[in-house]
Design a protein around this ligand. Structure first.
Ligand code: G3I
Length: 375
């Protein structure tokens, strides 16, 4: 069987349909909707059929300056999260002044387009303004943290589906016995900053699902094992003391040439989270290329396979309520800067290519939703 036939078969079984025009060895095929189960039904509709949400991170400028992108985004997504606009460095030009323009615009966009809106993120060691490091100290840290949470969450209270209250707080390589990352919050407030933040978050917006978002939970590696173990330990402790944590976020920045994702330890971890009564969201999925080959067909197929394999494993757990990718188009992806290919070929981590044509990754996500159990 030729590669082209293989690929066509994949696309058909993956749910890629009419209007999906794909380059194959220099030519292109257009699949008829009748050939495809589910046709080009959107990702959000396929997810909704199973009681799930599908959506993406987005920037205001992508929606205001790119009509092709702006047409596809609301067709496919029913939940969105600002990629940058709700971070400290965007909201707080100085310690005493605020700039909510971008976040307000995106929150209004979500409302006008009947999309759910996620908040990201209140407590993180990254994306802090340049004044922050010289300003925070043990005397003002609590007020700084609580003031931020109350002001930002209060502004959007009642309009937010879920908030990433704490982001990336666990980092075993920092070698602390509690596995917590060495951050300005930890240094100035001690490990209790996590509890403080969640309690303040509940007061500021009792309607938002309060989420602890983490990276590197997915890999079947020593780091993955350590992160999962510390995470479970902290969650059990905090929940036993009534700290209002309601969900966890699996960032899911996967790597295309790693074949050890979604293994038994990870699945067991999802079960532990479910047993604690927490919801699970896939919050930032994309597939970085690692050392995948340059050939686009091979590359797209590998990336699609990872999407399908990972999402199938995750969606088997009934605690999972949403899947968000970290962008929808290869035109706008952080990985172009953070993880460029050695051969300089443009990266292809997301469901749509640079021209807003759906790729095999789109079909893989569609098929994962189609095959997921209903919630
Ligand atoms: O906007 C400026 C631009 O004016 C300037 O010329 C350029 C020079 O480097 O920088 C631009 O800002 C960058 C911004 O992305 C927009 O591209 C920042 O330097 C850069 O730090 C910022 O990176 C973002 C990063 O979070 C930090 O906020 C990434 O886009 C964003 O994808 C990334 O998202 C994170 C999640 O929040 C948490 N999980 C991991 C994920 C990926 O790192």
């Amino acid at each position: 069987m030729t590669e082209g036939v293989d690929r066509r078969r994949f696309l058909i079984t993956a749910g890629m349909g009419a209007g999906a025009c794909l380059a194959l060895g220099g030519s292109a095929i257009r699949l008829a909707a009748s050939q495809v189960e589910g046709g080009m039904a959107s990702l959000k509709d396929r997810a909704a059929k199973k009681g799930l949400l599908y959506g993406s991170a987005v920037l205001q400028r992508e929606l205001t300056q790119d009509p092709a992108f702006a047409a596809v985004f609301p067709q496919q997504c029913d939940i969105m999260v600002p990629e940058l606009e709700l971070k400290w460095d965007h909201l707080r030009p100085t310690p005493t002044t605020w700039d909510f323009a971008g976040a307000d615009w995106l929150s209004n966009y979500a409302q006008q387009n009947q999309m759910k809106f996620r908040g990201h993120t209140l407590v993180w060691q990254d994306a802090l303004p340049s004044w922050f490091a010289g300003y925070i100290n043990p005397q003002n840290a609590k007020e700084l943290l609580l003031g931020h949470i109350s002001k930002v969450m209060g502004r959007y209270a009642g309009k937010v589906h879920s908030w990433d209250v704490v982001n990336e707080a666990i980092w075993p390589p920092d070698k602390r016995p509690d596995g917590l990352r060495d951050t300005p919050w930890l240094r100035n407030l001690g490990a209790g900053y996590i509890e403080l933040a969640f309690r303040a978050a509940q007061q500021a917006d009792p309607h938002a699902l309060l989420t602890w978002n983490e990276n590197w939970l997915e890999e079947e590696t020593a780091l993955g094992d350590a992160k999962r173990a510390f995470f479970v330990q902290h969650l059990k402790d905090l929940l036993s003391r009534g700290v209002p944590i309601q969900a966890i976020g699996l960032q899911s920045h996967l790597i295309g040439d790693h074949n050890n994702i979604a293994g038994p330890h990870f699945r067991q971890f999802l079960g532990q989270i479910q047993d604690m009564g927490l919801k699970i969201l896939v919050t930032e999925m994309d597939v970085r290329e690692g050392n995948l080959p340059n050939d686009i067909n091979t590359r797209d197929q590998s990336i699609a396979n990872i999407y399908y394999e990972y999402l199938s494993a995750v969606l088997a757990n009934p605690a999972v309520i949403a899947v968000l990718t970290w962008g929808i188009s290869d035109k706008y992806t952080w990985t172009a800067q953070s993880n460029p290919r050695a051969d300089k070929a443009p990266v292809r981590p997301l469901p749509y290519d640079q021209n807003m044509t759906p790729k095999p990754a789109w079909g893989a996500i569609a098929r994962a939703f189609d095959n997921a159990p209903s919630r």
